[in-house]
Design a protein around this ligand. Structure first.
Ligand SMILES: [Zn+2]
Length: 478
């Protein structure tokens, strides 16, 4: 699914804009009413069947818009409640259980209330449990969720329709939105997006948002998604890793986005400092400046990772891209951030295979020796065999090797992975007359061993020579 942006034409009739804004004001007011109602009733989620009867009716909205606002309120409250449970209540319950304040059974009931957002007695969950959970929430939960006046308005298929412009020359589309008056639509001229060619390419609803500059923008979700093609049986495999000083490094030794990474890091550090500062001062809300920097950073990541993904897919047709299974990784701040963006981008356009990432960046590609010390900045120097390589390439090649590794499962615990690697390394070393070098490839053939040595420039990495450098000729070009 892809989000596409359409803007309200700047010459839109002011009467129409006023009607849209009046609708938005009512919408936000009703979302607030519904949220408050849920919080008062201690209902943090609502089953589909109960939605109709639960909320007070909206006085000014048509029934479809009313429904959208209710769903929106439910989404906000349940997201908040889940977050509070994960961050604050769950650890508190665990603590109380360890201290012996509550029994294991009570703790179990409280865990379930929080994780499933239960609001009525159910199975072994009693009203006392619910009251106890509510008391925890009041004491440790912090502030209830608040929505700003700028809350985007959700328009479902029933309340908004994108129509082709027909004879109109100024607008690319018409958006027909149900207004506050029943059966009277507002026709809004929108200026297009080159990616949307026809109105019926868009579905699943549209979000209307008033930007900080006061312009209305409409975020549409595109119907046709990129179907990633199936890889051929014996597809080439290419390991992709997000590097330390590049956006992506591939196992064939090419670095992508070298010039972007410093810019990205600088911005990231600035945001981090600013955020820490505000936290120290006890300021909860972002300043406009922080908002601006954050949206600039996410914009930068989106464009650049999109560019890298496009280049990769174009350069490597019929290739299976091997990437880290991110769910197995602890949080690693900015790397994870960029990685997620690159990975979603890649997944949309090409077949990908996820592998266990544990120790891929610390394992020597020649002798298999695993150590944190092998790595220092962008340099990789094996403490055992002396193999030198660019650290970013080591990560990418490690990921590629993992894809052919029968001993390491995708869900294996890092501890177990380390044990496997250690045993394998010792086996190689003991059976080798030399000092480990080059033996790993015979015991666990790299799925692309030949390609690593035959592709690219003469000094291709992965050949197992004692010193290796990245080929520089083709690096970092988009
Ligand atoms: Zn080594």
């Amino acid at each position: 699914m892809k989000c596409r942006i359409l803007m309200l034409h700047k010459d839109t009739n002011q009467g129409k804009v006023a009607r849209l804004e009046a609708l938005h004001v009512e919408y936000v007011a009703y979302v607030r009413i519904c949220m408050q109602y849920m919080l008062d009733q201690r209902a943090y989620s609502l089953p589909r069947a109960e939605k109709q009867a639960f909320f007070p009716p909206a006085t000014n909205l048509t029934s479809q818009t009313e429904k959208n606002a209710r769903d929106h309120a439910i989404a906000i409250v349940s997201t908040w409640a889940k977050g509070i449970y994960q961050r604050k209540i769950k650890p508190t319950i665990t603590h109380l259980r360890r201290e012996g304040v509550i029994t294991d059974d009570d703790a179990k009931a409280l865990y379930i209330i929080g994780s499933k957002l239960i609001s009525k007695p159910w199975k072994f969950i009693t009203q006392e449990h619910l009251d106890a959970y509510h008391a925890l929430l009041t004491e440790y939960g912090g502030n209830p969720p608040v929505v700003k006046d700028s809350l985007p308005m959700r328009l479902s298929k029933m309340t908004a329709r994108l129509e082709d412009p027909g004879e109109t020359v100024t607008a690319d589309f018409w958006l027909r939105v149900s207004s506050l008056e029943s059966r009277q639509s507002i026709w809004l001229p929108l200026v297009g997006n080159p990616y949307i060619q026809q109105a019926d390419h868009v579905s699943k609803g549209i979000q209307a948002r008033k930007t900080k500059t006061g312009r209305w923008r409409f975020e549409a979700v595109e119907k046709s998604t990129w179907e990633a093609p199936e890889p051929p049986e014996d597809a080439h495999r290419l390991g992709v890793d997000v590097g330390l000083n590049v956006l992506a490094a591939t196992s064939d030794g090419v670095l992508y986005g070298e010039h972007v990474k410093p810019k990205f890091d600088k911005l990231y550090q600035r945001i981090k400092r600013l955020r820490a500062n505000r936290q120290r001062q006890g300021l909860k809300q972002n300043s406009p400046r922080l908002d601006r920097l954050e949206s600039r950073l996410s914009g930068l990541i989106k464009t650049e990772t999109g560019r890298v993904a496009n280049t990769l897919v174009r350069k490597h047709p019929d290739t299976l891209f091997v990437v880290e299974d991110l769910d197995l990784r602890g949080c690693r701040g900015q790397k994870r951030f960029a990685y997620r963006a690159l990975q979603t981008n890649l997944e949309r356009k090409a077949p990908t295979l996820k592998v266990n990432p544990a120790y891929t960046s610390q394992e020597c590609p020649s002798c298999g020796y695993v150590s944190r010390q092998n790595r220092s900045g962008i340099k990789f120097v094996c403490k055992c065999c002396g193999r030198r390589a660019h650290a970013d390439w080591v990560g990418a090649s490690g990921i590629l090797r993992r894809s052919g590794d029968k001993d390491v499962g995708r869900g294996d615990h890092p501890r177990d992975v380390k044990r496997v690697l250690r045993e394998r390394y010792l086996l190689c070393r003991d059976s080798s007359s030399g000092f480990g070098r080059g033996r790993l490839s015979s015991s666990s053939p790299s799925p692309l061993g030949s390609r690593l040595t035959t592709r690219g420039s003469g000094s291709a990495p992965g050949t197992g020579t004692a010193s290796n450098s990245m080929p520089t000729g083709s690096s970092g070009r988009f």
